[in-house]
Structures are given as structure tokens and as C-alpha cells.
Ligand binder design. Structure first.
Ligand SMILES: [Zn+2]
Ligand SMILES: [Zn+2]
Length: 96
């Protein structure tokens, strides 16, 4: 167990100040290597990096096909990348 943030390398162990809001990452080491995170040995995200990640990668849900994707591939010209539907919404999350 590496109790550090995989993005910034800060400790998220008990007593670090980042313990309460840490977010466990369910990928394994190889997946995180592929994701190109700074500290693939870290098994958590700190709250700060998690918030930043969601700001940079907003998620959208298509109400027509129910497909959930990131804006880069999911929504183009305000249309769902899959069904071209325009009834999509931005997903809220607890960090925004
Ligand atoms: Zn962090
Ligand atoms: Zn759709």
C-alpha cells in the first residue's frame, strides 16, 4: 500500500491532513502507468488533485442513449458523439 496521491505524490496517510478527503484509486499499478500519472505507485488521489481532474475532464451524460463520456470524445458541436442527440447534461460531482 502506497498511501500517496498518484498525481502530486503527497502523503494521504492518517495524520497527513489529506486522509479524510482522499479518494482511493481502483486501478492497478500497470493501469496507472498507462494513465501516465506522476506517481503510479500511489493508490489514492488527494482531494485537491481530484477536484482539478474533474475540472479538466468534465463528464457528460447523454439522455438519449445514456452513454457517459468525457467532453473530448463525448460531445461535439453540442451533440452526443454516439447518437448525435442534443439532450445531454453535464454530470455534477461532489468536488465541483
Ligand atoms: Zn494530489
Ligand atoms: Zn447519445
Amino acid at each position: 500500500m502506497s498511501e500517496i496521491c498518484m498525481h502530486c505524490g503527497k502523503s494521504v496517510s492518517f495524520g497527513s491532513g489529506n486522509f479524510v478527503n482522499r479518494v482511493p484509486n481502483c486501478d492497478n499499478y500497470e493501469d496507472r502507468l498507462e494513465m501516465n500519472v506522476e506517481y503510479p505507485e500511489g493508490e489514492y488521489s488527494c482531494a485537491n488533485c481530484e477536484r482539478k481532474y474533474y475540472e479538466e475532464h468534465p463528464q457528460f451524460e447523454c439522455l438519449d442513449c445514456g452513454y457517459i463520456d468525457y467532453i473530448e470524445s463525448g460531445i461535439s458541436d453540442n451533440k452526443c458523439g454516439l447518437c448525435k442527440g442534443v439532450n445531454w447534461r453535464k454530470l455534477d460531482n461532489e468536488f465541483v
